[in-house]
Design a binder for this molecule. Structure first.
Ligand code: MN
Ligand code: MN
Length: 455
């Protein structure tokens, strides 16, 4: 009988086979992540993975039955993958896993293109919580869609192929930065200065703004667009490049957008492997980084419509289904960083390599605006994890008076569904390149599977 609780380092207890499985799983994740830099990319990649496994598109009103494998795409930016189980959905509810697939980035403004001093730039308005000083002098890719007059949609994706050009936001040389470096980190780089260079060859036929004219000609040749079409586009700069292993032992992965694709991917792999008894739903939500509003965010009523339609088609009362359902709000947490130890409370922090982390509550200043899962709900998930032998840990975001954060948990709990936050610990969260451990990623997959398969 063990009386004390201590965290377990995954690699200390994992055998060679287990470690090999974790590293193998990480390769699938890296591929997923590279093609999922935005919510649109993640949804398209999820559709591909679903179709490879025989999942079929679902539309409201469709008749469903046990054994059906379905997905519903909401405006290309939000997806619900559903596996209808053999258990009575009215009695057993659904197992819901909700992650978000949007990540902090630099969106283009509606009128982004301008020329100054022989250089053409695109102006941005950042999306989500960023530290602005991290975005100059890194390689950026441009990705998204342009809707042309009449509705034709053109996809743009430049900078991730190694033969592509990249885009670049300048910073001041140290020799002339005496005034800049005196400023605070939040003031030194302003939002309005995050303009990326996109061209420097002037069009010889233009007297003024020849570089801008030349860029417009290139865009027209490649995408059939003119300047006004920026106004009907969703284009953004994201960090260029592929996920890379970190460290001599290759146990960590550095990449853009772990938050929250590192939880979205395990949701999907767990759903695919789940035993088919309970009805399981994996959600990739949009707009979490800006408050979960909008038609593709977790506050949209689309989730209610799906649960209502599926329940009714199976002959169950939707209210009862929600009341008996359980949800893991699968989102990352902050990993303890020894370089910044003072913002964490060490006894309640999550550590890299100790498995996915269960977070009973979020919020700030006295748990303000938190879901705060019940002891019973935490206990249910704990039993699932321990029965399946999952290496996991329990933590909170950081020291009480330092700050705080939120996830989609409360929006799902507010629908009358028991919800618990859990996810993978991340170092340098919201930085252009974040870090996670392959151990914690694999633990997340196993945890989600254990949750789906607990009866
Ligand atoms: Mn997140
Ligand atoms: Mn985030």
């Amino acid at each position: 009988m063990q009386f004390e609780y201590t965290k377990t380092n995954y690699f200390k207890v994992a055998g060679e086979e287990e470690k090999k499985a974790a590293f193998g799983y990480a390769e699938g994740y890296k591929n997923f992540l590279f093609s999922s830099k935005t919510e649109r990319g993640a949804v398209a990649t999820a559709v591909k993975l679903c179709e490879e496994r025989g999942y079929k598109p679902y539309m409201f009103g469709d008749k469903v039955k046990a054994g059906d494998k379905l997905y519903f795409v909401n405006r290309d930016k939000n997806i619900f993958v559903i596996k209808i189980g053999t258990n009575n959905i009215g009695k057993c509810g659904m197992k819901i896993m909700a992650a978000h697939v949007d990540s902090p980035r630099l969106d283009l403004k509606p009128n982004p293109l301008f020329e100054e001093a022989g250089l053409a730039f695109l102006k941005t308005h950042y999306y989500g919580g960023i530290k602005k000083y991290q975005w100059p002098t890194i390689a950026l890719a441009l990705t998204g869609v342009v809707v042309l007059r009449g509705g034709k949609r053109v996809e743009v994706n430049v900078g991730d192929d190694e033969n592509d050009p990249i885009f670049y936001i300048t910073d001041l040389l140290p020799h002339l930065a005496q005034e800049q470096v005196e400023k605070t980190m939040s003031k030194a780089i302003s939002g309005e200065s995050l303009n990326a260079i996109v061209g420097s060859i002037p069009d010889g036929e233009e007297e003024k703004e020849g570089v801008k004219a030349a860029v417009l000609k290139l865009l027209n040749a490649k995408y059939g667009m003119t300047e006004i079409d920026f106004q009907t586009s969703e284009l953004c700069f994201v960090p260029a490049g592929k996920p890379r292993d970190v460290g001599f032992d290759r146990a960590l992965i550095s990449a853009y957008g772990h938050d929250d694709k590192v939880c979205a991917y395990p949701e999907l792999t767990a759903l695919f492997e789940s035993d088919g008894k309970d009805t399981v739903m994996a959600i990739f939500a949009d707009k979490e980084e800006t408050g979960s509003d909008g038609v593709t965010g977790m506050q949209s009523r689309v989730i209610l419509d799906i649960i209502d339609n599926i329940s009714q088609s199976l002959g169950a009362n939707p209210t009862l289904v929600r009341y008996n359902s359980k949800c893991i709000s699968a989102d990352v947490c902050s990993a303890f960083d020894p370089e910044y130890a003072s913002v964490y409370e060490k006894r309640n922090a999550s550590f890299i390599g100790c498995g996915m982390s269960v977070t009973k509550y979020h919020g700030a200043r006295g748990k303000n605006s938190t879901n705060d899962a019940s002891a019973e709900m935490v206990g249910y998930v704990r039993d699932a994890l321990e029965d399946a032998g999952v290496v996991y840990q329990t933590g909170e975001l950081g020291r009480i008076d330092i700050g705080g954060g939120g996830t989609v948990a409360k929006y799902i709990a507010n629908l009358g569904i028991d919800t618990l936050d859990a996810g993978v610990p991340v170092l340098s969260m919201h930085a252009p390149y974040e870090i996670i451990s392959k151990a914690d990623l694999y633990s997340m997959h196993k945890a989600m599977l254990a949750f789906c398969n607990k009866h």
